[in-house]
Structure formats: structure tokens, C-alpha cells
Design a protein around this ligand. Structure first.
Ligand code: NDP
Ligand code: AKG
Length: 476
């Protein structure tokens, strides 16, 4: 069944559904049709947001929070349908999609509860009879440009802190996944969000996303996606000194030491590398293994990889969904072909794609300088490399243009602490998969993974959407 998706501008559903999205697991099924908007729709959405924002910011923060909490409840009532639509448009397994929708619900609840806690500080003044306090003012209009790989959780974790702090929002979701963003918008509107406070414009990133970035009324833009697009947005936004938050690519590394439990390490690396079909910016994609356990680890990882059952995420027994698009499928296949040319051994997987499915792939004997060891694949492909000891492993982990997540499997407390201190990444996982984040703690990277400024998630997320003011209150 095709669902017609429209833009949401100033509380009205508008536009012509023209662009079809097909189910990556069943290509004859059209899941959704959405507008391919032009720049005028982006302009209208920003106009609506500008006009709605002062009223929204004037509403008491607990009342704003109550709307987010109600939206969470509505999403909870609809969660089975929302998750199944997410599977059909993006390709996750049912369990992964349920987890993602759950996360969106929890994010709305979490930031909804912040309505009771927002505020500033009261500070002593050097002046007699004077009080100093700080205020956190909303930026005004925030644009959110989001990817297809977490099509409801990422819009939710960007929108919720923006909204609770009194901003109006214009969301440009990825063209591949229009339906999940619509479910989020419907829940917010059905919860009583005033018209114009949350707007959605569907269309090409290079048209709608670019127009939002260039609109001087947009005070902040939060982006998740490829490094290439993110760096372009950074140039546009910083040229006019608007806020920009970027969560981009990764080449996330794992280090497995001789003292690790090999079977447990293989499970951790497989979960980070193959869950979500490897389509996460936090996915494990290169593994350094010390010589004593190298061969046993590669064997154990290959066994884990072979145990996945690729298929339609809604089918019973499927443990890995399809690749999201033909373009991504070609990237996965080419990465393995190139690795082979550069001397790697394909231990398991790596065969021609079957339809939209690509088998979990483990590569061994990978050269440190080869393409697959350095560039993001965004698919279920894990490159393994032997290192002589911890120091060499740590140096290899840090030898990357990216710095999003990294992990270590070890039972040595000293190594674990040293790694936590010296891994040059935004998130360190010790004996846990590189994927998977708590919603109440900061998330972001360094180097080419991030804008290296404001973190997402947790209370820190609110900093990006507010600016600080200091008030001196004296008596006459
Ligand atoms: N860090 C992460 O979580 C993610 C990383 N990626 C990486 O990016 C690669 C490509 O994926 P893709 O989805 O195409 O990522 P993109 O960076 O192209 O897309 C992310 C978002 O940005 C929009 N966009 C694209 N071009 C522009 C532009 N010029 N100006 C403003 N917005 C724009 C997209 O719109 P639209 O696509 O609808 O046109 C989408 O909404 C992946 O293979 C992976 O390496 C991808 C997704 C998530
Ligand atoms: O690992 C996760 O849970 C989040 C990953 C993520 O933020 C992304 O892929 O964009």
C-alpha cells in the first residue's frame, strides 16, 4: 500500500506526492510517495516558523514539555505501525525498528521532562544591591537535515531539544525515508503543537537542504549525514556566523587484546559491524587484533558473520535487513572488490549481492593503507588487521581522518583506562559494541566526524539551540 506523504507548513499538509520510495526488501512495493519540493516550499516553511516561534517561546516551558510528552504517548500508541513502516521504507529488521521507535518515544519524554528544569544560574555580583542571573534564549528557527539510517530517532533527537528550548523547527528528512518523519510530525501535531512550530519539507537535499542553509532567518542548522555534504553546509552556515552542528562519517575501530575472551570479543565486534546492516555512523568497520588471538578471533568473527539471516525485516527469522539503496549496494560491493585487489582475503561473505541483500563480510590480511582500512563503507563489511601489541593497536586506531567511536576488548583494567584516555574519538566503548547510544549522555566526534563544537543528546543538546544572556538586576 502506498502512503501519500505531504509537506507540513504552518500546520497545513501541502504539496504534491510525486517521488516514490520503494521497499528495499521488495522492490515492486511502493511504500510512500512524497513531494519533491522546490525552494519556495523551504521559504514558506521558514516564514511559518518565524511567525510561530515567539508565541511558542512565550508558552511556559512545562506546557511545551507536556506537548512533547503527549506526542511520546501518541507515538507509543502507534508504535507497531510506525515501526513496520520504518522497516518497509528503510529496511531495518522489525526488532531494530521497534528499538528505534522506542528511542524516539523516550527522547520526547526525556526532553519533555526538561520543561520543568530549564533555567539559568544566579551568580554573585561585585556591585552592591545587584543580582546577576543568566538566561538561555532560543535561537529562533532551527533547520534539521537528517539521513535515512535512523529516520525517526535522529529527527526526534534533534527536534526535541530544539522545541523544548522555545525554537521553531523546519525538518528536511532524507528522500529515502519520508514516512517515518511524517509519523513524528503527526504525533507532534496530534499532541497539540501550535501550527508553524514544526514544519517538514520533503525534497532533494541539494535543493531544500541547501535553501534552508542559505536562508538568513535560519539561526541554527543541525545535520547528520555524509562528511562531504556536512563540510559544505559548514561553509555556508559559518560564512554568516550561524550555528551549525554536524554529525558525519566514521571509520570506527576496535582493538582486541590477547587477554580478551575471544568468543565475547567476536560477538561485540559482530554486533557493532553487522547490526543495522552496517548502516550506522557508529558501526565498527576496522578491527586491530594482537598476534596471540588474531587467528582465533578472525575465525570466531567469521562464525558470527555466517550466523546472520539476511531477509525482509518483517519476515520471521530475519536478523539482517536489506541494504537501503542500489547506490549503497554498489558501494558495499565495490569496497570488497577493491579490498580483494589490494590483497585482502575475504574470509566470509563478500559475494555478489542477492537482490538488495549483502552478506556480512569479514576481511583478513588487510593492508593498513588500503582503501577499506581508511574509508567509510556504511555496509556490513569488517576489515581485520594484525598488530604486535597494545601500543601499535592504539596508534592504528588513532591513525584516521575520523574520530567518532572506538572500542577495546580487554580484561586489563590498565589498558581499558589508558584507551579511554588516549583514543582520539568522541565515544569510547569498552567491551561493548561501538553502535548503540544512551539518550542522556553526550554524543559527537572529533576530526572529520563532527563539527567539534556542540554535542548532541542529553542536556548538552540544549546548548546548541540556545544562546546565553547575562542580566544584572539592580535596585533603583
Ligand atoms: N553519519 C551518518 O549517520 C550517516 C552517514 N552517511 C554517509 O553518507 C553516505 C551517503 O548517504 P546519504 O544519505 O546520501 O548522505 P547525505 O549526506 O547525502 O544525506 C544526508 C542528508 O543531507 C541531505 N543533503 C544532501 N545533499 C545536500 C546539500 N547539498 N545540502 C543540504 N542537504 C543535503 C540529504 O538529502 P537527500 O538525500 O534526501 O537528497 C539528507 O537529508 C553514506 O554512504 C554514508 O557514508 C549517510 C547517512 C547517515
Ligand atoms: O549507534 C547509534 O545508536 C546511533 C548511530 C547514529 O547516530 C547514526 O548512524 O547516525
Amino acid at each position: 500500500m502506498t502512503t501519500e506523504v505531504l509537506n507540513l507548513i504552518g500546520g497545513r499538509w501541502t504539496g504534491e506526492p510525486q517521488h516514490e520510495r520503494r521497499n528495499p526488501a521488495r522492490r515492486d512495493e511502493v511504500v510512500a510517495a512524497a513531494p519533491r519540493s522546490d525552494v519556495s516550499a523551504a521559504d514558506d516553511a521558514v516564514t511559518a516558523a518565524v511567525s510561530a516561534q515567539p508565541g511558542w517561546a512565550a508558552m511556559p516551558a512545562p506546557a511545551r514539555g507536556a506537548i512533547l510528552q503527549d506526542a511520546a504517548d501518541i507515538l507509543r500508541q502507534r508504535h507497531v505501525q510506525v515501526a513496520e513502516d520504518l522497516v518497509r521504507e528503510e529496511g531495518k529488521t522489525r526488532a531494530e525498528a521497534m528499538g528505534e521507535v522506542r528511542r524516539a518515544i523516550d527522547v520526547l519524554r526525556y526532553f519533555g521532562s526538561h520543561g520543568w528544569r530549564l533555567g539559568g544560574e544566579v551568580l554573585p555580583s561585585s556591585l552592591p544591591g545587584t543580582q546577576v542571573f543568566t538566561r538561555h534564549e532560543p535561537i529562533g528557527v532551527a533547520a534539521l537535515v537528517t539521513p535515512w539510517n535512523f529516520p525517526i530517532a535522529i529527527p526526534a533527537w534533534k527536534a526535541a531539544p530544539a522545541l523544548i528550548s522555545g525554537n521553531a523547527v523546519v525538518l528536511k528528512p532524507a528522500e529515502l525515508t519520508p514516512l517515518s518523519a511524517t509519523h513524528l510530525a503527526r504525533a507532534l501535531m496530534d499532541a497539540g503543537l501550535p501550527e508553524g512550530v514544526f514544519n517538514v519539507v520533503h525534497g532533494r537535499g541539494s535543493v531544500v537542504g541547501d535553501a534552508l542553509a542559505r536562508d538568513k532567518r535560519v539561526g541554527a542548522l543541525s545535520f547528520t549525514g555524509s562528511t562531504k555534504v556536512g563540510l559544505g553546509l559548514h561553509e555556508v552556515l559559518s560564512a554568516r556566523r550561524a550555528r551549525v552542528q554536524l554529525e558525519m562519517g566514521g571509520k570506527n575501530a576496535y582493538l582486541v587484546l590477547d587477554d580478551a575472551d575471544v568468543a565475547a570479543a567476536a560477538k561485540v565486534v559482530a554486533a557493532g559491524g553487522f547490526s543495522l546492516t552496517g548502516q550506522a555512523c557508529t558501526a565498527t568497520s576496522r578491527v586491530y587484533v594482537t598476534a596471540g588471538v588474531h587467528d582465533a578471533f578472525v575465525e570466531a568473527l567469521a562464525r558470527e558473520a555466517g550466523s546472520y539471516v539476511p531477509g525482509d525485516g518483517l519476515a520471521e527469522g530475519t536478523t539482517m535487513g536489506p541494504v537501503v539503496s542500489d547506490e549503497q549496494l554498489a558501494i558495499d560491493a565495490n569496497a570488497v572488490a577493491k579490498a580483494r585487489e589490494e590483497g585482502a582475503t575475504v574470509v566470509v561473505g563478500g559475494s555478489e549481492a542477492e537482490g538488495s541483500f549483502f552478506r556480512p563480510t569479514v576481511l583478513a590480511d588487510v593492508a593498513h593503507e588500503s582503501d577499506v582500512a581508511r574509508n567509510e563503507v556504511f555496509g556490513p563489511v569488517v576489515a581485520t588487521m594484525k598488530v604486535s601489541d597494545y601500543d601499535e593497536g592504539l596508534a592504528r586506531v588513532n591513525d584516521s581522518q575520523y574520530g567518532l567511536t572506538a572500542g577495546i576488548c580487554t580484561t586489563n583494567l590498565r589498558a581499558a583506562h589508558d584507551f579511554a584516555a588516549r583514543a582520539h574519538v568522541g565515544v569510547v566503548k569498552i567491551n561493548r559494541p561501538t553502535t548503540g547510544l544512551d539518550l542522556n549522555v553526550p554524543f559527537g566526534g572529533v576530526k572529520d566526524s563532527s563539527s567539534n563544537t556542540f554535542r548532541e543528546q542529553g542536556p548538552y543538546a540544549i546548548d546548541f539551540y540556545t544562546w546565553g544572556k547575562t542580566v544584572y538586576l539592580g535596585q533603583e
